[in-house]
Design a protein around this ligand. Structure first.
Ligand SMILES: [Zn+2]
Length: 297
């Protein structure tokens, strides 16, 4: 960043003074040892950056980093041109010096501008192009069990690409199955984009695109509060001792309670159970429904 600013300043000074001399016909003074030294420092720094970045790119097999490395190498070449021109101007004579100095000024300025641009770009995270994002979307949708993908966001910074996305899965599949589907989405994205350094997936049991961060809204009661509220309403019922477990589904802003009953409960009673239980708990605003299943043990 500093080197870039200094080079632009030097370039401006060189170009301005030589243009003045070109018009007034004054004899030009040589660019001086400092300009040459600066160009040399820039050249060595860019060459070192090229070697370092290329080494990392080869090691992690990143095409993006490799492109960055070659960009540094092209800067090395233009800086070398600057250096040669500076030396030529130092030992040359007449108006040719002025022309050379203007070219030198422009070249030094370009290197400086590139340095500034590069560091500015790396300070500000940039998203991947739209077609790459569309492609990632399709890769994620191709995983079995994925019913939808939304809020896919990418950021790239200093050769690293970071992606996060929401993956919609079946509303009632298990947590571990949903997690494995998410892992497979990550694996396939990494295979398609080796430069990916970080994939974050968010599992959705239903499509919540555009609804915003759920943590900004009041939530539903968690299991301890649910169990307590249900016990208060159901413990006096004759079927209460047969209830062995609840499975809770948090969908559509409500909780559906699946009640598992033991084998001893008669099937005729069990089939009427959901209606009876739901009626007893109808005052609970968060209750979306009651279902019953026999627990096999
Ligand atoms: Zn979502």
């Amino acid at each position: 960043m500093l080197l870039g600013s200094v080079l632009i300043f030097v370039a401006g000074a060189i170009a301005w003074s030589s243009l003045q001399r070109l018009y007034t016909g004054t004899l030009i003074s040589a660019p001086g040892i400092w300009a040459m030294l600066l160009a040399l420092v820039a050249l060595l720094a860019k060459e070192a950056l090229f070697r370092y970045t290329m080494g990392v790119a080869k090691r992690v097999k990143s095409k993006l980093l490799e492109a960055n490395a070659w960009h540094s190498r092209s800067d090395v070449l233009s800086t070398a041109v600057v250096l040669v021109a500076l030396v030529g101007a130092q030992f040359g004579i007449g108006w040719l010096d002025a022309i050379a100095a203007v070219i030198v000024g422009l070249l030094v300025g370009k290197v400086g501008w590139d340095l500034l641009w590069e560091s500015a770009r790396e300070l500000v995270d940039t998203a991947l192009p739209e077609d790459a994002q569309q492609d990632m979307h399709q890769v994620a949708l191709g995983v079995p069990g994925v019913e939808g993908v939304h809020d896919l966001r990418t950021r790239q910074s200093a050769g690293h690409v970071i992606v996060d996305l929401h993956v919609v899965v079946g509303a009632r599949i298990s947590v571990s199955e949903a997690h494995e589907i998410g892992n497979e989405v990550s694996r396939r994205l990494r295979r398609h984009y080796p430069a990916l350094s970080d994939v974050t997936f968010h599992i959705d049991p239903e499509d919540d695109a555009g609804e915003g961060d759920p943590s900004r809204f009041p939530g539903l009661p968690l299991r301890p509060a649910v169990e307590q509220a249900l016990a208060e309403r159901w413990s006096s019922l004759s079927c209460w001792p047969h209830i062995v477990e609840y499975r809770l589904h948090y969908l559509d802003g409500k909780i559906t309670v699946v009640v598992f009953v033991d084998e001893a409960l008669e099937t005729s009673v069990a089939t009427r159970l959901p209606d009876r239980l739901a009626e007893r708990a109808s005052d609970l605003p968060w209750l979306g429904g009651v279902e019953a299943e026999k627990a096999l043990d």
